[in-house]
Design a protein. Structure first.
Length: 215
């Protein structure tokens, strides 16, 4: 089977990114871009991001997760610590996050180190989740091979029965990570593939070096 995609072309011309106008701290620019994406519309989940980790065999693996919070310190998401991504992070905490916001022709690429957040913070977020999501965290041994869909449904039903009329606690194998950035690149689509790329790199004095990259 073969399909030629060479005619898939798009002209990027909605915005531009000037090095002279960017703030000194990249989190400030990320916040501005995120709110602009929300306001412009067209992205169903603007907090959807790709996280790339290195598997135990040395192979990179990417998947989409949801950003749940960002602060001056970093970017927070939640997952099963025993999942493939959790095991990969335990072995090699260096990860890459990327956002693609096609409604404003923008990308953000974040390289950094992932560490578990405090248990009380994971508890607080877990308590805010719907009961169905809480039960799903108990029922799914994420990334493990299962015999059938019925097996999963039966596990979910068993935990629904176990926690019926009870508070659903956070499983110890489930919680949050914060990715503390070492570099953040902002990509703004421009005509003729002459895109704007501004990269922030964290220095030893904790200031950010700002550079323009060739498209």
């Amino acid at each position: 089977m073969e399909k030629d995609l060479s005619n898939y072309r798009k002209i990027y011309k909605k915005k531009e990114l000037s090095k002279k106008e960017v703030p000194e701290n990249p989190i400030e620019l990320f916040q501005k871009w995120f709110y602009e994406v929300e306001e412009f519309g067209g992205n169903i989940e603007p907090n959807a991001m790709t996280i790339a980790t290195i598997d135990r065999d040395g192979t990179p693996k990417s998947r989409v997760v949801l950003l749940k919070k960002f602060t001056w310190e970093g970017f927070i998401f939640y997952t099963n610590y025993n999942s493939d991504k959790g095991k990969s992070i335990e072995q090699n905490p260096n990860v890459c996050l990327s956002f693609f916001w096609n409604n404003l022709e923008r990308q953000v690429i974040i390289k950094g180190k992932a560490t578990k957040i405090a248990t009380n913070l994971s508890d607080g977020y877990f308590e805010s989740r719907p009961d169905g999501s809480k039960l799903g965290a108990w029922a799914s041994n994420q990334s493990e091979v299962v015999p059938s869909r019925k097996f999963l449904d039966n596990r979910l039903a068993a935990f629904e029965k176990q926690f019926k009329h009870k508070e659903i606690p956070r499983p110890q194998h489930w919680g949050g990570y914060i990715v503390k950035p070492k570099s953040i690149e902002f990509w703004q689509g421009r005509p003729n593939r002459m895109h704007d790329r501004i990269r922030y790199t964290l220095q030893e004095d904790f200031n950010w070096k700002i550079e323009r990259l060739a498209p």
